[in-house]
Design a protein around this ligand. Structure first.
Ligand code: DMJ
Length: 420
């Protein structure tokens, strides 16, 4: 069940940016003729939002083609029933046909996930902008209100929240999976508002200060990493997913005031360096799903189950932001190492494949090309070697699936470009 065509929708803007005009037309006509929104079966609110709504919005803003706008709005409407809970915190899974929604079976006690309900803001503001319907903005502003009222343990945001009671369900905290893009969307909400959304800036600043105080550590070998927190106990592990945080911290470096800007740029560089080490210390020069800093290990996976690489973007995403913000040539070199490793170990006849163990040569392929490879990994690598004015960070924010959304400038230029 669920929506089809994730790879096509996720690739639209990448094709457009890379000037692959024929392939873009082919993808566009698939969206016009074959993209069916009236499906039954389960869909993840979060995934539909970041991949499909985000992909359609970016395609619309880049091309001005009406089909992308109308499909984005139609899909956005179908997500609204997931918010019909006592708190307005949406549930994670929705049937797009019936509007029924429920929580993930694996999430404890019917809870909703921070990185899921906290990763809607950018797209929903644009849905309101393009439809004139305030409901989308109201839904995400209410989520923010609920979060602001809650007590945070040590200032940290746990990963699970009950949409019924509005209480945290446990006290696990992560800048990787289950938490990650919540933090990203706070700072990007501020940036997308042309730095006027001070509420988002403050939430981000407070969260980052708590993260720095409780989770940022330095290994015996001098590598800076972000640990996970299990109700006060640290797990000295960093997921590949958490490696987006180098880029995020650099992108938001000035949010804590000019004096702290260099401090955050240094922290961002240190985290990005550690993530590069997780790649450099593997045989394939691609990084594992998770790496650890305990019992003698330094930025390497210790468990068999954490040695895979599924074409994830987070490390090259941080290279792109670090390059744009510092112009240190090492970030382009590091990006090029990834290009070479992808060609050597992941390219297969029909495209690119994930690998089962980054420490084994030749690697075993998992025969899967995730849609985010086209949306994010290839887009960030391409932009790393473009001039800074191709999707400038002044004018665009990337949603968490790397779909560019325009900054809400009030300037006449932005209006003239038809953005607002
Ligand atoms: C993508 O869908 C998004 O980047 C999301 O925020 C995290 N997981 C994948 C990529 O690894």
């Amino acid at each position: 069940g669920g929506l089809r065509g994730a790879t096509i929708l996720d690739a639209l803007d990448t094709l457009y940016i890379m000037e692959l005009a024929e392939e873009f037309q082919e993808a566009k006509s698939w969206v016009e003729k074959s993209f069916d929104l009236n499906v039954n079966g389960e869909a993840s609110l979060f995934e539909v939002n970041i991949r499909y709504v985000g992909g359609l919005l970016a395609a619309y803003y880049l091309t001005g083609e009406e089909v992308f706008r109308s499909k984005a709005l139609e899909l956005g409407e179908k997500l609204l029933p997931a918010f019909n809970t006592p708190t307005g915190i949406p549930r994670g899974v929705i049937n797009l046909g019936s509007g029924m929604s429920w929580s993930w079976g694996w999430a404890s006690a019917g809870s909703s996930i921070l990185a899921e309900f906290g990763t809607l803001h950018l797209e929903f503001l644009h849905l309101t902008e393009l439809s004139g319907n305030p409901v989308f903005t109201e839904k995400v502003m209410n989520i923010r209100k609920v979060l602001n009222r809650l007590e945070k343990p040590q200032g940290l945001y746990p990963n699970f929240l009950s949409p019924v009671t509005g209480n945290w369900v446990q006290h696990h905290v992560s800048v990787g999976g289950l938490g990650d893009s919540f933090y990203e969307y706070l700072v990007k909400s501020w940036l997308m508002s042309d730095k006027r959304d001070d509420g988002a800036r403050k939430m981000y600043n407070d969260a980052l200060e708590a993260i720095e105080k409780h989770l940022v550590k330095k290994s015996a070998g001098g590598l800076t990493y972000i640990a996970e927190w299990r109700g006060g106990i640290l797990d000295h592990k960093m997921g590949h997913l958490a490696c987006f945080s180098g880029g995020m911290i650099a992108l938001g470096a000035e949010q804590g005031g000019e004096e702290k800007k260099q401090h955050y740029l240094d922290l961002a560089a240190a985290i990005t360096h550690t993530c590069h080490e997780s790649y450099a210390r593997s045989d394939t020069k691609l990084g594992p799903e998770a790496f650890r800093f305990d019992s003698g290990s330094e930025a390497t996976a210790t468990r068999l189950s954490e040695r895979y690489y599924i074409l994830r973007p987070e490390v090259v995403e941080s290279y792109l932001y670090m390059w744009r913000l510092t112009h240190d040539p090492k970030y382009r070199q590091w990006g090029w190492e990834v290009v070479k490793a992808l060609e050597k170990y992941c390219r297969v006849e029909a495209g690119f494949s994930g690998i089962r163990d980054v420490y084994t040569i030749p690697p075993n392929h998992d025969n899967m090309q995730q849609s985010f490879f086209l949306a994010e990994t290839l887009k960030y690598l391409y932009l790393l070697f473009c001039e800074d004015d191709v999707l400038s960070l002044e004018d665009w924010v990337f949603n968490t699936e790397a779909h560019p959304l325009p900054v809400n400038h009030t300037s006449v230029e932005a209006k003239a470009n038809g953005f607002y």
